[in-house]
Design a protein around this ligand. Sequence first.
Ligand SMILES: C[S@@+](CC[C@H](N)C(=O)[O-])C[C@H]1O[C@@H](n2cnc3c(N)ncnc32)[C@H](O)[C@@H]1O
Length: 240
Amino acid sequence: MTDGRAASLPTGEAKVQAVRQMFDAIAGRYELVNGIVSFGMDRGWRRHCVDALGLPAGSRVLDAACGTGDLCRELAGRGLRPVGVDLSEGMLSHASSPAPLVLADALAAPFRAASFDGAVSGFALRNVTDLGVLFQELARVTRPGGRISLLDLAQPEAALLRFGHRLWSNYAVPFVGSVLSDQAAYHYLPRSFAYLPPAPEVVEQLEGAGFAAVEHELLSGGISQLYIATRRPEPVGRAS
Ligand SMILES: C[S@@+](CC[C@H](N)C(=O)[O-])C[C@H]1O[C@@H](n2cnc3c(N)ncnc32)[C@H](O)[C@@H]1O
């Protein structure tokens, strides 16, 4: 983890339990609060995430940590064939998506090797217990030449934007969350940035897991980010 704020954050199995409980608790109003606290920008980021895959209609795409299925809907709307996986029963039960959604751990995804043409994830990188294992799993289930596009929030670099962003995520987001949903969960958001390694480290982990042509893109002045990559030809990861 990246700074002193990380000290009080759970890791390992304690994080799995905390994340599952938190998303179970906020599932009912998850999409509403997302839209409000991002001023609707999350929809554009999701569209961009799917555009960046660059896969033709009919491609089978895994949505790792699919939550209520936002990205699955975006994928299906483009004629792609999504399959979602998430460990929160609450999030899946509030999902409205034409895609098959599976209750499972994305770090041990119940799918055969090379069974997808691509994979996406939305706002999940901060929430898994081990990014390296997630990337290995995505490399395992994605066919050689397949594409991944991983979206998450970020903290802007520019001082003024960073200051405004900090005020927004430390005070405004928990306030909106407490009025409309669950205060504790939305206090977790600003703290969860500490889980994300710096971009060069994430790029290195993706390359180590079996991806090439890794790109890192900042969106909306750096409040959101996307990692895009192509699965290398050689086999990686655990056997199916
Ligand atoms: C911020 S939500 C994002 C939901 C959705 N992807 C979106 O774009 O809105 C994070 C999701 O990650 C899920 N999650 C965290 N760790 C997971 C894991 N190891 N396997 C599957 N889902 C996981 C949580 O249950 C939660 O639904």
